[in-house]
Design a protein around this ligand. Sequence first.
Ligand SMILES: NC(=O)c1ccc[n+]([C@@H]2O[C@H](COP(=O)([O-])OP(=O)(O)OC[C@H]3O[C@@H](n4cnc5c(N)ncnc54)[C@H](OP(=O)(O)O)[C@@H]3O)[C@@H](O)[C@H]2O)c1
Length: 305
Amino acid sequence: MKGKKGYVMGVGTAVFATFIGGRLLQKKLARQTTAALPGMKDRRGYALITGASSGIGAAYARRLAQEGYSLVLVARREDRLAALAAELMRDYAITAEVLPADLSQAADIARVEQRIAKLDLSILVNNAGFGTNKGSLLASDLNEQLDMLNLHVMATMRLCRAALPGMIARERGAMINVSSISAFFPSPGDINYPASKAYMNTFSQALQAEVARHGIRVQALCPGFTHTEFHGTPAMTGFQKGRIPSVMWMTAEQVVDESLRSLERNRVICVPGRRNQLLVLGAQNGLAALVLRVARRFRHRGEDR
Ligand SMILES: NC(=O)c1ccc[n+]([C@@H]2O[C@H](COP(=O)([O-])OP(=O)(O)OC[C@H]3O[C@@H](n4cnc5c(N)ncnc54)[C@H](OP(=O)(O)O)[C@@H]3O)[C@@H](O)[C@H]2O)c1
């Protein structure tokens, strides 16, 4: 009961922030823009998308195929990737290659790095990721947490690094790192997910500063609740989608549309959806501390802390 009250207070604060702060946030994000990427529209080249077997990654694949990019699709479920590649080659007359890899494993990351080195890569989308719903750091499965850090942090960093020589030589390219709105909300009971996404944001901001002079754009995409397979994986068992108000959800297609629009405007941190932007604004103005307090008091009663 009290947890519900705290949750309602948090949402209320965010909605209030909508009215007073939307423009403020837009101005702040606009300050993070840099020069336009030359030649992107004229010369498509390849897009390599990790986590393309479902959800946001599959939506990127469809959108970029529609725009004429050749694709390399990466994930573990090869059958899914093959079906998507066949669909996109048929519908858009593009090349779509399947590259099965478990990006929590160093050897598989290395294989993708090697493929990147040989590609005329225009866009890298580091999208593969997963969340867990297993409680405190102590209660969590250490191997699963290590896999998450390898996937969100190591794979993102290594694949961006692998893409740099080619993009610098061609003086163009874009890297989209799919982070999360949770990067702005430290969350007891789910420590490493927001922490690893916060890494992606900071990494992307600094990398953009390093490579802007080469005509390369970097984006950290921070979606909020998005209808995908994310909340239905075994690692998320027990998560109740129904507890999240329906207005807070977006589709993967909406998220990808906002990401690509924002990339044209060259904003590093991209928060799709007005409601999510307000939550971020709230986080930067005390909402994160409120959520942390509420979560500490109500979320893990009875569990070790
Ligand atoms: N949905 C949301 O509400 C939400 C909100 C904020 C951020 N995000 C972020 O959005 C990204 C995409 O997630 P989604 O929502 O589209 O969920 P999804 O439908 O579950 O897709 C996740 C993708 O990541 C791939 N993947 C997971 N572990 C992998 C591994 N070890 N190696 C290679 N690929 C792996 C999965 O493919 P395989 O299983 O075939 O390997 C799948 O293609 C994630 O980074 C997630 O953190 C999602």
